[in-house]
Design a protein around this ligand. Structure first.
Ligand SMILES: NC(=O)C1=CN([C@@H]2O[C@H](COP(=O)(O)OP(=O)(O)OC[C@H]3O[C@@H](n4cnc5c(N)ncnc54)[C@H](O)[C@@H]3O)[C@@H](O)[C@H]2O)C=CC1
Ligand SMILES: O=C(O)C(=O)Cc1ccc(O)cc1
Length: 307
């Protein structure tokens, strides 16, 4: 068992990510005490039944009192209300972090409400599934995954170093990034794929000449992968879209241009163009596979994983 990195850890929000954190903190002894807060009494009861923490409350302010590390794991649109709720109860010298999929908006929502004597180090584990809620979490979720921290210039380096050690102890590799750059990168590698998945599954469902049973019966693995992403939490993804609006619209504009170009090539029977585009994208995938990552494996995305 590792030595604790923080004494008291408060988890605000105990869904897939918060409960995975609770499990890994317990399993690896990364904190001496875990206090849990979430808005709904029902979710809190589920967390209690699962034995995820040492104390439970529906009041975030109560949970953060005396905490050395506060991890906010709620849909990004709820960040400001959580920051307002906890601001008066935070311990001087505590570190406040989050796990939200967008970063500039979370900083805009939270930073103005946090007292000057706490260290605010926003974070984003690039690890998850389409599931949500306390029962969906598991302790190995962060193993071999990236975790991006986006501290603003001037944040206490020791606080960033300690949080980095925490995520490394969870099994992640930590990188630091500017928050706006994070939002642009994640818009293309994560947000757009989810939006495309929601869209294609909706389009298939709307088709009048194809029955639902045919969609299910003949869905090859490509379509099935889309349905997995499209089963992701609607509140979480509504908030991601609303809170990373500019970067997502920029990437969608580029995507639409490229799609129009493909559409034109198909319409005009431009086989050479189609062949060129498809050969280029095939070489991108092959270079990823050659770098040791099997894109088709369920574990794809785990850093350095070859099987
Ligand atoms: N699901 C995923 O694959 C990943 C999600 N994230 C980010 O992690 C955060 C949490 O996502 P999940 O754990 O998947 O969601 P979830 O839906 O499983 O859990 C969200 C939790 O937040 C609580 N909550 C909602 N509003 C609240 C409020 N105002 N005050 C207190 N608690 C509140 C809910 O009761 C629930 O416990 C999101 O910001 C998401 O963008 C980051 C990486 C991966
Ligand atoms: O389930 C998947 O394939 C994901 O892409 C999980 C995921 C969702 C949101 C994030 O911010 C990070 C990871």
């Amino acid at each position: 068992m590792a030595t604790p990195i923080y004494d008291r850890i408060a988890l605000i929000g105990i869904g897939l990510i918060g409960s995975s954190l609770a499990r890994v903190i317990r399993e690896k002894g990364l904190g001496n005490e875990i206090s849990i807060a979430t808005r709904s009494a029902e979710t809190l009861d589920e967390a209690r039944r699962l034995g995820l923490g040492d104390s439970y409350s529906t009041a975030a302010a109560e949970a953060v009192r005396d905490a050395d590390l506060v991890i906010v794991s709620v849909p990004v649109g709820a960040s400001e209300s959580v920051a307002k709720e906890i601001s008066g109860a935070l311990k001087s010298g505590a570190t406040v972090t989050d796990v939200g999929s967008t970063k500039a908006s979370v900083v805009r929502q939270m930073a103005p409400h946090l007292p000057a004597d706490v260290h605010f180090v926003p974070g984003h584990p690039i690890a998850g599934t389409e599931q949500s809620g306390p029962s969906a979490g598991f302790s190995t979720l962060f193993e071999g995954r990236w975790c991006i921290l986006t501290p603003e210039p001037g944040v206490e380096p020791d606080a960033v170093a300690r949080l980095t050690r925490f995520w490394e102890a969870c099994g992640s590799t930590v990188e630091q990034m500017d928050k706006d750059h994070h939002d642009m990168v994640l818009a293309i590698v994560s947000h757009l794929p989810h939006i495309i998945a929601y869209n294609i599954v909706g389009t298939a469902d709307d088709l009048e000449t194809v029955t639902k049973s045919e969609v299910i019966k003949y869905s090859a693995s490509g379509f099935r992968d889309f349905t997995r992403l499209a089963a992701s939490d609607p509140i979480m993804w509504r908030d991601v879209c609303l809170h990373n609006k500019d970067a997502i619209l920029e990437m969608l504009a580029r995507f639409s241009e490229d799609l129009s170009s493909l559409q034109r090539a198909i319409r005009w029977g431009d086989g050479d163009k189609l062949f060129d585009i498809f050969s280029h994208t095939r070489s991108i995938r092959r270079s990823i596979v050659e770098a040791g990552q099997d894109i088709s494996a369920p574990d794809f995305g785990r850093i350095g994983k070859k099987d």
